[in-house]
Write a protein that binds this ligand. Structure first.
Ligand SMILES: [Zn+2]
Length: 162
């Protein structure tokens, strides 16, 4: 990145830290020509490999659109969905991979969605896991119930680690 003051192309990093959102890094740089300092923000590119074989950039909006239908008629706000999409992005980025399979994004949606709204979770999980029978629903509901009764609030066992 060119120095914003003198357009020199070379700079050195004097400080870098992870931004509050956890997914980007802010770097303080010093221009090697004019010695002035400026800040850059870096976010690693993250691609999603679809089942069709197509690759597209990860998009929080796509996550939100994918979940919105399951949330129809439920007390879930746009703000809730924005937070959920952020959690999903942070979860998939922790793998460190630059390209992740689409089903891994779906998997990362299940846990925060189950905390947000159990009905929306069951709707989404039934499509994602391709539920075929009442037993599939019963098992999923059973896991939600177990988690409610066995674990204290705020320290919930993941549903998806199976
Ligand atoms: Zn400069």
């Amino acid at each position: 990145m060119n120095c914003p003051y003198c357009r020199n192309a070379d700079s050195r990093v004097v400080d870098s830290r992870v931004a509050d959102d956890g997914v980007s890094i802010r770097r303080r740089r010093q221009c090697t020509a004019c010695s002035r300092r400026f800040t850059t923000t870096e976010t690693a590119s993250l691609s999603v490999l679809k089942q069709s074989g197509a690759v597209e950039p990860f998009s929080r909006n796509k996550v939100i659109n994918g979940v919105r239908k399951a949330c129809q008629g439920r007390p879930v706000t746009d703000h809730d969905l924005a937070i959920l999409a952020q959690e999903v992005e942070e979860a998939v980025r922790t793998s460190g991979a630059a390209e992740i399979p689409a089903h891994q994004v779906g998997l990362a949606i299940l846990e925060p969605l189950s905390r947000l709204d159990e009905v929306a979770y069951l709707r989404f999980a039934s499509v994602y896991h391709n539920f075929q029978s009442l037993t599939d629903f019963e098992n999923a509901i059973g896991r939600l119930r177990d988690r409610r009764s066995n674990t204290p609030q705020g320290n919930q066992r993941p549903l998806t680690a199976e």
